[in-house]
Design a protein around this ligand. Structure first.
Ligand SMILES: *Cc1c(COP(=O)(O)O)cnc(C)c1O
Length: 347
């Protein structure tokens, strides 16, 4: 018998009410359409096994992952038939798993359409390429017999720049509508989070928000609707006093102007708190702001405790990590800020 693992010194503060409220807001903004949820990349780093039951209880019935392994990891927490795999079936083994588990593939090519039919097929989704040139059946191939033979539930396409006001959004919308007229299907779906804000002719029957569920604000007009969901938190491992003229961390990029009290916390770039936060990040405890001093290292970051004399070893601090602001500070996208968060956080 091994002893139980003690609590780690690093955890991801997670607000299930905010997640629920964000899905409800996006479902409302989707008008006549229902909102599904993109939960790929382990629910954008939050933990798909935690996210899916919360969203299901809120009324979400359509979940999208990228890999078959991600669908497998959700089998015991998701309702049967509610998970779909965006990458589609690459091998006969993928088809067999989909059929046996009731997981719907998104068919992306004529090859995949034939493989799906040959393996027994059944309900599936169809991705049509309207301009991304990444995954999806080309508009010109929609008349192919392998497409006509599919039992398509959701006919989907994906917007290239929904977060921008560009004429390409309307071009893609028109192509998606042409595709809907050409292929028999149950439900149409086009909008990701940002696409929901483009209006009702982008909604179809099902929207597929991801980033905004988790606190991302891809378009300014959504700011008042979306709440922060995730807050990285770390314990202070050591408190020390630094004299004027001393430096902190690798490459001595910070020099103390006067005597100061600093804390070393159990968080570094290996956890996804990347080096771009060096000298720029801020933590908080009891309402006090605690700036990052010098370089972020692999497992450690040093913060200024000069204005927080009560903080001691073992106390917890919370990173400023509201996604729109964090993105502006670091130059990382709101998507990267979530998906880089590592495996050492208690979730
Ligand atoms: C990731 C993804 C989404 C969700 O996009 P967000 O911008 O995070 O809302 C929707 N549809 C597809 C096909 C995706 O790959």
């Amino acid at each position: 018998m091994f002893p139980d693992l003690p609590q780690p010194a690093l955890r991801l503060g997670f607000d299930p009410d905010a997640l629920r409220s964000n899905w409800q807001a996006l479902d409302r903004l989707s008008g006549q359409a229902r909102a599904g949820a993109a939960v790929k990349a382990d629910g954008y780093g939050l933990g798909a096994r935690e996210v899916v039951p919360i969203l299901h209880a809120a009324g979400c019935h359509d979940f999208f992952v990228a890999h078959w392994s991600e669908a497998h990891a959700l089998l015991d927490v998701a309702a049967p038939g509610s998970v779909s795999v965006l990458h589609g079936p690459l091998t006969d083994a993928d088809v067999a798993f989909a059929v046996a588990s009731g997981t719907a593939p998104v068919i992306n090519s004529l090859e995949q359409a034939r493989r799906w039919r040959a393996g027994g097929g059944g309900r599936c989704h169809l991705m049509v390429d309207t301009g991304m040139n990444r995954l999806g059946v080309a508009m010109a191939d929609l008349g192919d017999e392998s497409v006509a033979a599919l039992d398509v539930d959701v006919l989907l396409s994906h917007l290239v720049s929904a977060e921008e006001d560009t004429g390409f959004n309307a071009i893609q919308r028109d192509r998606w509508q042409q595709a809907r007229a050409a292929v028999r299907h149950q439900r149409g779906s086009l909008a990701n989070s940002a696409g929901i804000a483009l209006g009702s002719d982008y909604h179809g029957d099902l929207t597929r928000p991801g980033i905004a569920l988790y606190g991302g604000v891809p378009r300014a007009e959504m700011a008042g609707e979306i709440r922060q969901v995730v807050r990285p938190q770390a314990a202070i491992l050591q408190v020390r006093n630094v004299a004027a003229g001393e430096t902190i961390g690798y490459n001595a990029t910070f020099t103390a102007a006067g005597p100061m009290r600093v804390g070393t916390i159990a968080l570094g770039y290996a956890d996804g708190y990347l080096r771009c936060w060096s000298g720029k990040g801020r933590f908080r405890a009891n309402g006090q702001v605690l700036p990052v001093l010098g370089r972020v290292s692999m497992d450690l970051t040093v913060i200024d405790l000069s204005h927080a004399p009560a903080l001691r070893e073992g106390d917890w601090v919370t990173a400023d990590y509201a996604l729109p602001e964090a993105s502006a500070t670091t130059g990382l996208s709101q998507y990267e800020l979530l998906t880089v968060l590592g495996h050492r956080f208690a979730r």
